[in-house]
Design a protein around this ligand. Structure first.
Ligand code: NAD
Ligand code: GLY
Length: 368
């Protein structure tokens, strides 16, 4: 087991990464909150069917009183309707200020359950038990919680840090291949913005990771948690540095708004949109004159392809269709997005100083 510490003004906690960790959930929770009363596990229907009993067992075996509530699987559950239902469920289950919520699932469950914990009784403790690769390396760390509105993703939320992240790699064994790949898009992003050594390592270990080889997978997950912890430790509330985690997401989110799985049943998942957005951000970095290492574009594309991720827009998709969505990006001010650009492997910068012509150059590349 590897432990990574997160230290932010809003809370300090451990991320524990390794195999066979879920059975220790109850003991971990008791050690952190000896007087904990009720525990409510929030999960989605898919994850609850696979891992719900094990999580309940882990709490019950430690003598803790726990119940499980599920929401439908998918982004649609990050909604006001589900939030309201969960608040009521907390009250019905008798949760008080000494209670704790456990988010058992991917980023959808983590964001939603975290926001329930942030708001119920003005905030109670919660634990993240991430079950997707994306959730381990990204969404379970850093305390961003929230829901979507019909007008856009993640428009309502708060910063609320968990008291513990328990990342059991065994839980990833049931994850569909496509979701493993989707999480790896965020891993590649971490290498580009912060750590050239991570890109080298990924090139050497791609097949072991795709095969979910536990030792190397645990090493990779802990490494990425360290990267994310170091960024949010310096800028919890995204007043500057944290925005670099948005690399690839400006185009990625815009693409997701058009072809995302919560929009179209056969749509692309978040990580796939981010993969294309990552290539777009690199080409834009070159068009703007920021990229000092042009070979990084081909190198990244090759790595993303090895991870079974797309590096171009869907067939027949006209790139201009996503232009209006770029201006709606949450990081846009006055309709101008703040772009995260790469200088070289491991080094990125933030700028709004990008022309529409340069953006069109990058988008045209993605159509090729
Ligand atoms: P998700 O939670 O929808 O999970 C993806 C799919 O995998 C779902 O169908 C789920 O049921 C299934 N699944 C989860 N764990 C499984 C397992 N162990 N075995 C089998 N199936 C499993 O999606 P995600 O990609 O984990 O997260 C995406 C969400 O995360 C988005 O809402 C995004 O906005 C959010 N996010 C938040 C942050 C943050 O900092 N808070 C960062 C990145 C993404
Ligand atoms: N996933 C982006 C962030 O946590 O800031």
């Amino acid at each position: 087991m590897t432990e990574v510490q997160v230290a932010t003004p809003g809370g300090s906690y451990a991320i524990k990464v390794g195999a066979g960790l879920l059975p220790s959930l109850g003991a971990e929770l008791k050690a952190l909150r000896p007087r904990v009363t009720q525990i409510l596990i929030i999960s989605d229907e898919t994850v609850a069917a696979l891992h719900g009993s094990a999580a309940l067992g882990a709490l019950g075996n430690a003598g803790l009183s726990a119940s499980l509530v599920t929401v439908p699987t998918g982004e649609g559950s990050k909604s006001l309707a589900q939030l309201g239902a969960l608040w009521e469920r907390c009250a019905e289950a008798g949760l008080d200020r000494a209670s704790c919520i456990v988010a058992l699932g991917g980023g959808v469950v983590g964001d939603l359950a975290g926001f329930v914990a942030a708001t119920y009784m003005r905030g109670i403790a919660f634990v993240q038990v991430p079950t997707t690769l994306l959730a381990v390396v990204d969404s379970s760390v850093g305390g961003k919680t929230g829901i979507d509105l019909p007008q856009g993703k993640n428009l309502v939320g708060s910063f609320h840090q968990p008291i513990l992240v328990l990342a059991d790699v065994d839980l990833l064994a049931t994850l569909p291949e496509r979701e493993i790949s989707a999480g790896l898009a965020e891993v590649v992003k971490h290498g580009i913005i912060r750590d050239p050594g991570l890109l080298d390592w990924l090139e050497q270990n791609a097949e072991a990771i795709l095969a979910l080889e536990k030792g190397r997978l645990s090493e990779l997950l802990a490494w990425n948690c360290r990267i994310k912890a170091s960024v949010v430790g310096q800028d919890e509330r995204e007043s500057g540095l944290r925005a670099i985690l948005n690399f690839g997401h400006t185009i990625g989110h815009a693409l997701e708004a058009v072809v995302g799985g919560h929009v179209a049943a056969d749509g692309w998942v978040h990580g796939e949109c981010v993969a294309v957005g990552t290539v777009g951000a690199l080409v834009l970095s070159q068009a703007v004159g920021a990229l000092q290492e042009p070979a990084l574009i081909g190198r990244t594309e090759a790595l993303l392809r090895r991870f079974r991720l797309p590096v171009r827009l869907p067939d027949g998709f006209e790139s201009k269709a996503i232009l209006p969505y770029l201006a709606r990006d949450k990081k846009a001010t006055g309709g101008r997005p703040t772009w995260v650009l790469a200088e070289r492997a491991g080094s990125s910068l933030l700028t709004a100083d990008v022309t529409e012509a340069q953006v069109l150059t990058a988008l045209a590349y993605l159509e090729a």
